[in-house]
Design a protein around this ligand. Sequence first.
Ligand SMILES: Nc1ncnc2c1ncn2[C@@H]1O[C@H](COP(=O)(O)OP(=O)(O)OP(=O)(O)O)[C@@H](O)[C@H]1O
Length: 115
Amino acid sequence: MHPFFKSFHYAYKGIQHCIIAERNMKFHTIAAIGVIVGGILTGLSKMEWIIIILLIGGMLALELLNTAIERTVDLVTEEFHPLAKQAKDLASGAVLIFAICCAIIGMIIFIPKWL
Ligand SMILES: Nc1ncnc2c1ncn2[C@@H]1O[C@H](COP(=O)(O)OP(=O)(O)OP(=O)(O)O)[C@@H](O)[C@H]1O
């Protein structure tokens, strides 16, 4: 396989692994499908779709990075280490902050359309 297509293949494998292995990634993927279906049924403007796509892409990409950090920490040490704890907690914190922003923006976009 050409190296260019090989890198796509590895990226696809990474996404597939994360969806299969990580409970949170499964949740985010199902939530993303729910938001897309909800958006189609509700009817969103072009700008609203752009925002939703950015949020979904950002959320999934962040979850992939969080998993990559978890794996790297586990590779470095299986022992309890305060820095390992900080690294994992910081990565989880980043995911949590973005998830809260997504929920708030989602409510700002969707709720007025349902009232
Ligand atoms: N080697 C370690 N040393 C110290 N604390 C750790 C270590 N590994 C994990 N922890 C602590 O346990 C928590 C959960 O770690 P774990 O690797 O189980 O992540 P997880 O539960 O799979 O995360 P996620 O919720 O993203 O799936 C971490 O956030 C961290 O606080």
